[in-house]
Design a protein around this ligand. Structure first.
Ligand SMILES: *Cc1c(COP(=O)(O)O)cnc(C)c1O
Length: 395
């Protein structure tokens, strides 16, 4: 489709995947097939060599992948996108594609747990050195750069403390050193933040979260220049984290309403954060939309809304926080975030066999025993606040 005018994001979510071959079906068909026929061996050979060919073999590409990729590239403002069977599938393929033995990575310390394990355990086994820095300290990124730094990894807002990285300033530092930059944009979504517009080379997503939005699929994506995405694709088809066609179809269905859902997540997130910040039994609230957030000014500059994810410390210990979770009626206890329904989790409870040493290590990262992470859904904000108020009042 070639529109005469630049289409708005909410329109792109609905139409960026259209192609003349769609025919009469308004809702896209599901290409539930592993493979595709060719008219000649020559045509097939060409299909095998074409990155993300949508009609060769589904590990390489599929029309349902191509539709999601077209929408994601259009809303993030990238040339190309790649979908994977999980956020970690996209993140791991990106790291393995771009790095080799002898390379150095600068990453912020506060990262999604899977990404942190990739950086602390997997990459070092393959001779890649990683330096961790405080995401709020731009000078620390500059100080950590080395001659062999190939990649600077950011996550903003970060999981689970909603830390904010000054993306444009870190990009300047990385560019001056000739390193690529990547931002995990899962928690913001492209409605609230578009890192490519801030000069970042690659955007990563757990599409399991806001992009899918309905807690019914696991998926991931990488978005950037065609050159970089083709390079990641070559590794991706070897690692094999292929998104199932049906899950790609569901993800596209979720994406259609991303703009509408994010507007409500933003509204509800702010209302619930403000309520918790004023509650006598809440010690501290972590939400970039509150003026008390240490990097609220940076968040305001680089984000259009602050989303539905927040964390707060109950005024009490681990067991007090656990009791709050148990007493909630509407808000359910589950990991993950970004779905239409509100979910709460106690990060300190997620470490297996948590003992004194693990608790101390978590606290050193800022994850206190009484911390609760709340993914605010699209329910009525008053109903959510009443649920929280009654659970907190029994402390
Ligand atoms: C959930 C999440 C991931 C991992 O995504 P999966 O789809 O679970 O593999 C990566 N980064 C962030 C910020 C996340 O919240």
């Amino acid at each position: 489709m070639r529109p005469e005018r630049e289409l708005a994001i909410e329109t792109r979510l609905l139409h960026a995947d259209r192609s003349p071959s769609d025919g009469a079906s308004v809702a896209p068909p599901i290409y539930q097939t592993s493979t595709f026929t060719f008219e000649s061996p020559q045509a097939m050979a060409l299909g095998a060599q074409t990155p993300q060919h949508a009609g060769f073999y589904t590990r390489h590409g599929n029309p349902n992948h191509a539709q999601v990729a077209a929408v994601l590239a259009a809303v993030e403002g990238g040339e190309a996108a790649l979908v994977a069977s999980s956020g970690m599938g996209a993140i791991s393929a990106t790291a393995v594609a771009l790095l080799q033995s002898g390379d150095h990575v600068v990453a912020q310390r506060m990262l999604y747990a899977g990404t942190r394990t990739l950086m602390t355990e997997l990459l070092p086994r393959y001779g890649v050195e990683v330096t961790f820095v405080d995401q709020h300290d731009v000078a620390a990124f500059a100080a950590a750069m080395q001659a062999n730094t190939r990649l600077v990894w950011m996550e903003s807002p970060s999981n689970p403390l909603l830390g904010i990285t000054d993306i444009a300033r870190v990009v300047e530092i990385a560019r001056a050193a000739g390193a690529l930059t990547a931002v995990d944009n899962t928690i913001a979504s492209p409605i609230n933040q578009r890192p490519l517009e801030l000069g970042v080379d690659l955007v990563l997503h757990s599409a399991t979260k806001y992009l899918g939005g309905h807690s019914d699929l696991i998926a991931g994506a990488a978005i950037g220049s065609k050159t970089l995405i083709d390079r990641i694709w070559k590794t991706h088809i070897v690692l094999g984290a292929t998104l199932a066609p049906f899950d790609a179809w569901l993800l596209l269905r979720g994406l259609r309403t991303l703009d509408l859902r994010m507007a409500r997540h933003n509204e509800n997130g702010l209302a619930v954060a403000a309520f918790l910040a004023g509650h006598a039994r809440v010690r501290r609230v972590y939400y970039p939309g509150l003026a008390t957030h240490p990097n609220h000014d940076v968040a305001t500059r680089q984000m259009r809304g602050f989303g539905g994810l927040l964390s707060f410390e109950v005024d009490g210990d681990f067991d007090d926080a656990r009791r709050v979770v148990e007493r909630l009626a509407l808000i359910r206890n589950a990991v993950s975030l970004g779905g239409v329904e509100s979910l709460i989790a106690q990060p300190a409870a997620m470490w297996p066999n948590i003992g004194a040493a693990e608790t101390a290590a978590a606290a050193a990262m800022g994850v206190m025993p009484s911390l609760l992470r709340l993914s605010v859904g699209i329910e009525n904000a008053g109903d959510l606040i009443a649920d929280l108020d009654s659970a907190l009042s029994t402390l």
